[in-house]
Design a protein around this ligand. Structure first.
Ligand SMILES: Nc1nc2c(ncn2[C@@H]2O[C@H](COP(=O)(O)OP(=O)(O)OP(=O)(O)O)[C@@H](O)[C@H]2O)c(=O)[nH]1
Ligand SMILES: [Mg+2]
Length: 296
């Protein structure tokens, strides 16, 4: 065939795909997916902050593994929208050689999108049949470091909608002479930054990991609590052992059930009897936050 004459149509070389091509979605829930879930049911958002290696990912992995074995005292597993992500973060812990735990049970958290938190979803059912949905972000410790050092808050806006905050630290660092003072000072700074940023009363838990290696120093805890009280925070302290090192003092999963029930039981602001529209939006600020982002 020669050159096409004017007006003659050519067939497209390829058929248009039925759906626009998309990158595979992240295994965690995006902010928009979380907001969609929350529009249908109440979800407890927990802000999990803490330095690299504080034990943030391990606490979520341990919670998931306890639920998987139906060993979380007081609760059963009911559902998860992010089961693949939960499997992924607990993979290291399941890669045991002949019963010997690997050096690293969880690996450093790296996010596909370094600008927005991804949420892990877990639905728990209490022994009396009540269901509770949790949205837990597995954030890299660098996000807490940049909050402390540079007051970088743009990626942490979801904290404004959190029902509770877990400030995590490796309990062993409080027991070590070299790291104790620095750890205490950075925890105090993190509490201050989080309190200023959230600017409303939120139950805050100091969660100390590695309880299998020993108990935290009671005087340090009292000092942190007193300092938190001066910032208007009623700090609750929970010690956990997400895993158990060889010869460790406590079983794997120690304290996790307490952490969950205390997070659920933490006093919340009493609901207003006749809230007006603005106030109810205030309480569910994740919806407000996502609608603001959509409008941008
Ligand atoms: N034995 C024991 N190991 C723990 C405990 N908590 C955390 N670990 C281990 O400590 C290391 C660091 O824990 P992670 O949970 O990965 O730390 P992270 O806070 O998520 O760190 P980033 O993702 O880098 O911010 C991992 O090898 C964990 O398996 C604990 O309570 N007991
Ligand atoms: Mg992590």
């Amino acid at each position: 065939m020669g050159i096409l004459s004017d007006g003659e149509a050519t067939a497209p070389p390829l058929l248009a795909p039925a759906e626009k091509p998309r990158f595979p979605s992240s295994l965690t829930m995006s902010m928009a997916e979380a907001a969609q879930l929350m529009s249908g049911r109440y979800c407890h958002i927990v802000g999990i902050l803490g330095a690299p290696d504080a034990g943030k990912t391990a606490s979520i992995a341990s919670l998931f593994m306890l639920l998987a074995r139906d060993k979380l005292s007081g609760f059963h597993f009911a559902d998860s929208r992010t089961i693949r992500a939960l499997n992924e973060i607990s993979q290291g812990a399941r890669r045991w050689n002949d019963g010997a735990p690997p050096e690293q049970m969880t690996s450093h958290t790296k996010l596909a999108d370094d600008r927005e938190a991804g949420f892990l979803h877990l639905r728990l059912r209490s022994k009396d049949g009540e269901a509770f949905d949790f949205l837990l972000p597995d954030l890299p410790g660098e996000w807490s470091d940049t909050l402390i050092d540079r007051n970088r808050t743009d990626r942490l806006n979801f904290l404004k909608a959190a029902d509770a905050v877990w400030i995590m630290a490796d309990g062993r660092q409080l027991a070590s002479l070299e790291s104790r003072l620095t750890t205490l000072r950075r925890l105090d700074l993190l509490l201050a930054r989080a309190a200023t940023f959230m600017n409303r009363p939120v139950p805050v838990f100091l969660v100390l990991s590695h309880r299998d290696s020993g108990e935290p120093n009671a005087r340090d805890i009292e000092e942190l609590k007193a300092s938190a009280a001066r910032k208007g925070i009623d700090l609750a302290v929970v010690s956990i052992a997400s895993f158990r090192r060889r010869g460790g003092l406590t079983a794997a999963g120690f304290g996790i059930a307490d952490l969950i029930s205390e997070t659920l039981g933490a006093p919340r602001q009493p609901p207003k009897l006749w809230p007006d529209i603005d106030q109810s939006l205030e309480a569910r600020s994740i919806l407000r936050y996502t609608s603001m982002r959509r409008a941008r």
